[in-house]
Design a protein around this ligand. Structure first.
Ligand code: MRU
Length: 353
């Protein structure tokens, strides 16, 4: 499985996903500003992967702060946090990485600044390692819904490239394959950045998982023919009532699944769940520049000067979601809030086959 990102000797090595599948090129980000640029320009993308990149950006940003004083150190981290937070607004994982860092440092107030810098480096690597473990756990929980012979549709890329490795939506798919189930994946191409075409189909082929690439517009026709058994997608931010923000086109796919009686699952690590937001209407939605729509690999395909709206994410209302697959188990969207209630009996509300 290809490596998405790593932190080696104070340098963040990021796979430049804008060049895939034609070239496998790693970029060395030597400071946090370059990490932020990499996130904004989609060298790295996918909610968990940008959360990991943010943790690594914080770790190398901390090295630049020249002080022995704890409070000055924390103040020095503020521009690092803000620069990273300003890159991409929809995925909650950057905020998750910042909040986590603040909390961890607050609990280590009495330690020397040098020790805190070392700690942040180690912590960034732990975030990466634990992300892979979380995806494998999501995979185990989700694989129960995949039967031998099933065809699964997915949208965008919520695979190993979008995470530390293994993938969230691809987690159940990979586990099903490891269990010896004969399955097939349909990958929506995902206009305009083509994550399904360039990334999902590539990474599944690399791992010998049967995949067919389809245009986004074909999903309805194929679902109507009864050729799809279930959908599994990722999320950039799932909120307290179970509404799900994910790549633009996810909502259309979810509605088509409901119309055709096909279960629609969302793979969501806890780092992508934002319990502070009650409903999906309040999720900030990123809009990106027109070039992603008017150009394909540098080639102009639209009339010069045409007006463009490039909405990067949409919100799928909870009523279209069959189950949310987390590392704690699979839950109906309406039960998701229980995960945020200390001491709640999760076992009794788990969604099972
Ligand atoms: O714009 P992108 O490529 O960052 O969008 C990615 C997605 O929408 C993914 O489905 C989501 O981040 C989940 S990744 C496990």
């Amino acid at each position: 499985m290809v490596k998405t990102i790593e932190l080696v000797d104070g340098v963040v090595k990021m796979l430049d996903q804008t060049k895939l599948p034609r070239e496998v090129v790693y970029v060395d980000c030597k400071d946090y500003r370059m990490v932020a640029k990499g996130i904004k320009d989609l060298w790295i993308r996918g909610a968990p992967a940008i959360g990991i990149a943010a943790s690594m950006g914080i770790a190398i940003g901390a090295q630049e702060i020249k002080t022995d004083n704890y409070h000055d150190f924390i103040a020095g981290l503020e521009p690092v946090f803000q620069t990273l937070l300003e890159t991409r607004p929809t995925a909650v994982n950057i905020q998750w990485a910042v909040d986590r860092t603040r909390k961890l440092l607050d609990a280590r107030k009495n330690e020397p600044v040098d020790a805190l810098k070392t700690f942040l480096n180690e912590e960034a690597n732990r975030v990466l390692e634990s992300d892979i473990e979380i995806n494998k756990t999501i995979g185990k929980w989700g694989s129960q819904f995949i039967k031998d012979g099933d065809t699964i549709i997915t949208h965008c890329n919520a695979g190993s490239l979008a995470t530390g490795g293994y993938g969230t939506a691809t987690g159940p798919i990979r586990v099903a394959v490891e269990q010896g189930k004969n399955i097939h994946v349909y990958a929506d191409e995902t206009r305009p950045v083509l994550q399904g075409c360039r990334l999902t189909s590539w990474e599944l082929m690399e791992d010998n998982i049967p995949v067919t690439l389809i245009t986004d517009n074909s999903a309805g026709a194929i679902l109507r023919k009864g050729e799809i058994n279930l959908a599994i997608v990722g999320t950039d931010r799932t909120v307290a009532n179970g509404d799900v923000a994910n790549k633009i086109g996810t909502y259309s796919l979810a509605v088509l699944c409901k119309e055709n009686g096909v279960p629609f699952y969302v793979a969501a690590p806890l780092s992508s769940i934002d319990f502070s937001i009650p409903t999906g209407d309040l999720i900030p939605i990123e809009e990106r520049g027109p070039e992603e729509v008017t150009h394909v690999f540098g080639c102009h395909i639209a009339p010069e000067g045409v007006k463009v709206r490039n909405i990067a994410f949409d919100v799928t209302p909870a009523k279209y979601v069959t189950g949310i697959i987390t590392e704690k188990g699979v839950f109906r969207p309406e039960d998701l809030h229980t995960l945020n209630e200390p001491g709640a009996d999760l076992e009794s509300i788990l969604l099972k086959v």
